[in-house]
Design a protein around this ligand. Sequence first.
Ligand SMILES: O=S(=O)([O-])[S-]
Length: 280
Amino acid sequence: MRTPQQSSEANILPLIVEPETLQEHLDDPQLLIIDVPKDSGSYTQGHVPGAIFLESRRLMNGQAPLPSEAPDVAALSALFSELGLTRDTHVVAYDDEGGGFAARLLWTLELIGHPRYSYLNGGIHAWRAAGLAVQTEPNTPTPSTYHAEILNPETRITADEIKERLGEKNLAIWDARSPAEYRGETGQNKRLGHIPGAVNMEWTRAMDPERNLRIRGYAELVNELDTLGITQDMDVVTHCQGHHRSAFTWLVGRALGFNIRGYAGSWNEWGNRDDTPVET
Ligand SMILES: O=S(=O)([O-])[S-]
């Protein structure tokens, strides 16, 4: 089992940071707070002071046959240079929808081995609910030169690697889509259903609606995953339709100390190939 990432000397903040803690660090020059909202209007209506805006689609390749795969390293280098990252930057990501888009940014940073990042637990909902001030004027990033490389390839897994490992006792597949998608009752791909052996726990079940969409209590989550057959000694793969909801379940898995990888091709790829096994 991996140890959940904790605050260390190198990390200004823990992996999952609460609004009040972030508020105390807003003046830290190494922090770069990035708002990746579902609704871009949410940034202009009010963001965490100092936060810059990132359009979530820039975290996806966008091209067939793997539209939800990460952009290539040239595009990621250009993106993170534009946003002003350096290797010393501690990125704090958040969104307005419970964590999918913010987590997609953090998954991408993990893939390229960026050393320091955090998720603002509950995003702008939790920030506002804590009574903290928001800023409405946009912030402009100061560009930098950032060279992205895939330093942590084990952050993701391909369809072919999953196919090869299907049936292994040590492999758990966490499908973060809705139960209807999992059962193949809805969807737009050539084939509907799920990867054989995958278990379904929709991403929203890892959020606490009573606590402004913060991540649910860790002990409770570990128990729930355990009842589904996902335990901390397994290799866990998570996916959804386009690795947005499952970026969040990847982050939750990381916070819980799971050895977890994101299948970025997700159902966009699996459901459109002819050689991938499907169950309903
Ligand atoms: O959340 S999603 O990538 O499945 S559309």
